[in-house]
Structures are given as C-alpha cells and as structure tokens.
Design a protein around this ligand. Structure first.
Ligand SMILES: NC(=O)c1ccc[n+]([C@@H]2O[C@H](COP(=O)([O-])OP(=O)(O)OC[C@H]3O[C@@H](n4cnc5c(N)ncnc54)[C@H](OP(=O)(O)O)[C@@H]3O)[C@@H](O)[C@H]2O)c1
Length: 252
C-alpha cells in the first residue's frame, strides 16, 4: 500500500472544536495531508484564523459557526458544508468541555448536564448526521481522552463523559461496519487552553507530571498526527479501537 495510504487527498472533513487547540491542529494536519476542511465551533474569529492556516497548507476551508448541542444547527451545518465542499468523508468529534475540577460531592447538576451535553450528546448529534449522509465509505474519529480509559482524579463528570464516548465509538463501529470506520483518539494532557489552569498551578502541575512516564505535556500537533492516521486508509482495517496518545499514563 505504501505511505500514500496516509494521504487524505480529495477527502472532505468536518472538525468540531476547530477554533483552537487540538481541533485547530487536526484541521491543519488534515489540509497538509490533502483534505478540504470545515472547522466548526462557536467562536467565529478564531475559526477564520484556523481557515487561514488550512488554506496556507493547501486545503480549501469552510469555517462555520456551530454549537454542537443544537441539533438543528448541526443538520444545517452539514447541508452548508456539502454545498460548499462536497460530500463529507471524515468527521472528527473534537468539541469538548471540562469546567469542573474537584470532589464529586461538590458538583452541581447544571455543570454535570453541561459536560455530558457537549461531550456526549453533541458528539452524537454530529455522528448521527454524518452516518445519515456518508456517500460510500467514511471515517469518524471521536476525540475522547485518556480519561475515557482510566479515571482522572477530581474530574468525575469529564471521566464519565469520555468513557461514554468510548462506548459510543464501539457501538457505532459495530453498527456502521463495513461502510464507516469509527475510532476513538484518547490524548493525555495536551498544551491547550483546556489544561492551562492545571498546568499553571504549581502543585497540580507536578502531580500530573508524576503520572506521565514521558514526563511532559503533549503538543497538540502530536495528537493531530494520530487523527490523520485514523482518518486515512492506513487505518482501513482499524475500527472500534481506542488509540491512546498519552505519554504512557494508561500503561502504568
Ligand atoms: N487538552 C487536553 O489535555 C486534552 C486531553 C484529552 C482530551 N482532550 C479533548 O480534546 C478536545 C479538544 O480539547 P482542547 O484541548 O483542544 O481544548 P480547547 O482548546 O479548550 O478547545 C475546545 C474546542 O471545543 C470547542 N467547543 C466547546 N464547546 C463547544 C460547543 N458547545 N459547540 C462547538 N464547539 C465547542 C471550542 O470552541 P468554541 O469555544 O469556539 O466553541 C474549542 O474549539 C476536547 O474534546 C477535549 O476533551 C483534551
């Protein structure tokens, strides 16, 4: 098959949470691999910046504001991207949130519902619409977390949501085979806004580093390469897998 199998030439991809962080880097890496990309998220200005990077990398970009919790907006987004870039071959469910760090006893239900609504229900809105529309074959990459494989201390709702995402990945992989491959990508701690608080808190930072055999946080680009692999024909016999890129956390 050769290294051409890693190419995404001619593919159209939607990347949720494409306005910054891991989703931004996945969008750019996809364009470098030959895809046209629709980065979607709520922040319009940041999406434009991602779109510029996609175009600089040689792809056509279609940035589009979207809140993944709004099911009607998800359908409208797919209509618009199809009209602009063509049928969608790859969906990356990357939009996510984690506003709670603490003892589960102190968690209010509004925050619990918000985390599950964005991380699980929002991902399902997008996956369902993708599954309805795939023309031929497709690849779905769900950005879960090492928190979808092992518990992350003081992050009970997030850990729950990411375990649910792994369950959704396996269920869709079985139900949609052989046409659509569905895999989860499970990063460890990555240098994005998402982890800024814990990385800048001296005590917590060292506690986290102590759990990472590679003894450092990941760059978002180091996660994007895994997404390219899972979306490409290089992974054409891989489905229902949890691809862990965590510097060794889950291996301990
Ligand atoms: N950073 C890490 O260490 C780490 C580790 C494991 C897994 N992850 C996962 O990786 C994914 C990306 O995280 P990140 O580190 O890149 O975080 P980030 O920099 O905070 O980015 C989160 C992205 O999700 C988008 N988003 C949030 N709520 C949304 C909504 N309701 N609708 C649409 N988009 C929404 C944000 O865009 P807007 O605010 O513009 O909507 C942003 O683009 C998340 O699913 C996260 O759980 C991160």
């Amino acid at each position: 098959m050769g290294l051409d199998a890693f190419s995404l030439d001619g593919r159209v991809a939607v990347v949720t949470g494409g306005s910054r962080g891991i989703g931004e880097e996945i969008s750019v890496a996809f364009a470098e691999a030959g895809a046209d990309v629709a980065p979607v998220a709520r922040s319009e200005d940041a999406l434009e910046a991602t779109a510029d990077r996609i175009e600089d990398a040689g792809g056509t970009a279609h940035p589009r504001p979207l809140d993944v919790t709004n099911v009607a907006a998800v359908e409208a987004m797919f209509d618009e991207v199809e009209a602009s870039l063509g049928s969608v071959d790859v969906l990356v469910n990357n939009a996510g949130t984690n506003p709670f760090f603490g003892n589960p006893r102190d968690l209010d239900m509004e925050t619990w519902n918000q985390i599950l609504n964005v991380n699980v229900t929002g991902a399902f809105h997008c996956a369902r619409e993708f599954g309805r529309r795939v023309n031929g074959t497709g690849a779905l990459v769900n950005v879960a977390s090492v928190g979808g494989v092992v518990a992350l201390p003081y992050q009970a709702p997030y850990t729950t949501s990411k375990h649910a995402m792994v369950g959704l990945t396996k269920a869709l992989a079985v139900d949609w085979a052989p046409r659509i491959r569905v895999n989860a990508l499970a990063p460890g701690y990555v240098k994005t806004e998402f982890t800024k608080g814990v990385r800048e808190s001296e005590g917590i930072r060292q506690d986290i580093l102590d759990t990472i055999p590679q003894d450092r946080f990941a760059e978002p680009e180091e996660i994007a390469t895994s997404a390219v692999y899972l979306a490409s024909d290089a992974a054409r016999y891989v489905t229902g897998e949890v691809h862990v890129a965590d510097g060794g956390i889950a291996a301990r």
